[in-house]
Design a protein around this ligand. Structure first.
Ligand code: TTP
Ligand code: MG
Ligand code: MG
Length: 405
């Protein structure tokens, strides 16, 4: 039987600000903008939550709810990305099986290393909490169960600084009294529909499932004990990437740069389809002798615009590829993905222009979809016309690869 932990940082953005600026501790704090700013709250700390302030609430509403001593700060996204990486690295000291699922949470399959802690998940979880606290200055909440779903719900059950262990066999007892929208995938709309049918708690849902009347409930019964609930170390970082090996090795800077742009464009299109923004970008090149190097950087702000991603990618390429060196392959990866239009996107100064750009891209995506890739295309990718065949979908690269790099 497996033991899974889900660790989620408490009021993550606010906690990073408080770790760096202790004077912000102990008072209500909103990360996302200053008093009087338009925009929304990205993350209130727990003191602010006591007054009813929530993520995605307009800053002005938060201002109205909070007492005068409340603090408002702009977000520093790059910093949150760096803290996130530090926490994830810390977790890898406990087990290599870490699957990061968002900027502030990760699943760990601790089945194989629990014996270091006398087989006691509480001891191990306490140690992990302490290590994150001392290494990064952040508090986290941890849920432990034999399956991901219960671990996730348990982690949210006693925030902040919580630790909830659901022992095998106790899942149903734990879940039964909880409102049915604790189940991942049951959002506000489904919740309303269910409530109208008299299903308010997970217990109600499970009763229906046992009577053969609820597919969702049936699935919950399966997931409760771990069906399809493995932790995927390789998936730990959600990302999108595109590589290509050239049909012959090249040191043609124009072609390499045009290809990098094109690959970036493909990644960003995929991001837009999934309504995601990327926080970091990685560039990879493989030299003629197969020696491969890659370099990663955090973007100025989460984005799905290729211009923004390419600016950083181009700089990284300059760092890994000495002029004139022949390469076989170039690739780009965008990672630390966050929902587009969520509070995260509200944080940075260049937000407006970046949003307008994103709207433009969506229009261009639609045009290309309708009239073919070449109907409207960025000048920089023209250089590829001479070396690749083009179709309505785009260029046919020699050997495109879509896996992680
Ligand atoms: P969460 O883990 O959902 O929330 P949280 O860490 O702020 O609070 P909790 O203690 O309840 O876990 O999200 C992590 C960070 O992601 C959060 O600090 C701010 C950001 N975020 C957004 O930008 N947009 C969103 O819609 C949500 C939910 C979070
Ligand atoms: Mg969190
Ligand atoms: Mg989270």
């Amino acid at each position: 039987m497996r033991t899974i932990m889900l660790l989620d940082m408490d009021c993550f953005f606010a906690s990073v600000e408080m770790a760096l600026h202790p004077e912000l501790r102990g008072v209500p704090l909103c990360v996302g903008g200053l008093r009087g700013d338009r925009g929304i709250v990205a993350c209130p700390n727990y003191e602010a939550r006591k007054y009813g302030v929530r993520t995605a609430m307009p800053l002005r509403t938060a201002e109205r709810l909070l007492p005068p001593e409340a603090q408002f700060v702009r977000g520093h996204h790059r910093l949150y990305g760096e803290y996130s990486e530090r926490v994830m690295k810390t977790l890898e000291d406990f087990t290599p099986d870490v699957e990061q699922v968002s900027i502030d949470e990760a699943y760990m399959d601790v089945t194989g290393c629990l014996h270091f802690w006398g087989g006691d998940p509480v001891r191990m979880a306490m140690a992990a909490k302490e290590r994150v606290r001392s290494a990064c200055g952040l508090t986290v909440s941890i849920g432990v169960a034999r399956a991901r779903m219960c671990a996730k719900i348990a982690a949210g059950a006693h925030k902040p600084d919580g630790l909830v262990v659901v022992r095998p066999g106790e899942e149903e007892e734990f879940l039964t009294p909880l409102p049915v929208d604790v189940i991942p995938g049951i959002g506000p709309k489904t919740f309303e529909v269910m409530r109208a049918r008299g299903i308010a708690t997970v217990g109600d849902l499970l009763r229906e499932a046992r009577a053969g009347q609820s597919h969702i409930g049936q699935r919950v019964l399966e997931r409760m004990v771990g069906a399809g609930e493995e932790v995927h170390r390789d998936r730990r970082e959600q990302s999108m990437s595109r590589d290509t090996t050239f049909n012959e090795d090249t040191n043609d800077a124009g072609r390499i740069i045009a290809t990098l742009y094109y690959l970036t464009e493909r990644c960003c299109k995929a991001l837009r389809v999934d309504d995601l923004c990327a926080t970091t970008v990685t560039v990879k090149v493989r030299f003629t002798d197969f020696h491969t190097v890659q370099k990663q950087a955090t973007l100025d702000a989460p984005t799905a615009n290729e211009e923004d991603v390419f600016r950083t990618a181009r700089r990284l390429l300059g760092m890994v590829l000495p002029p004139g060196r022949m390469i076989r392959l170039v690739g780009v990866k965008v990672s630390h993905l966050v929902p587009a239009g969520g509070a995260i996107g509200e944080l940075e100064f260049g937000r407006r222009s970046s949003e307008r750009l994103q709207q433009l891209h969506r229009k261009l995506d639609a045009l290309q979809q309708k009239h073919g890739y070449q109907s409207i295309q960025w000048g920089i990718t023209y250089a590829l016309r001479d070396v690749c065949e083009a179709s309505d979908e785009g260029y046919r690269l020699h050997s495109p690869v879509y896996e992680l790099i």
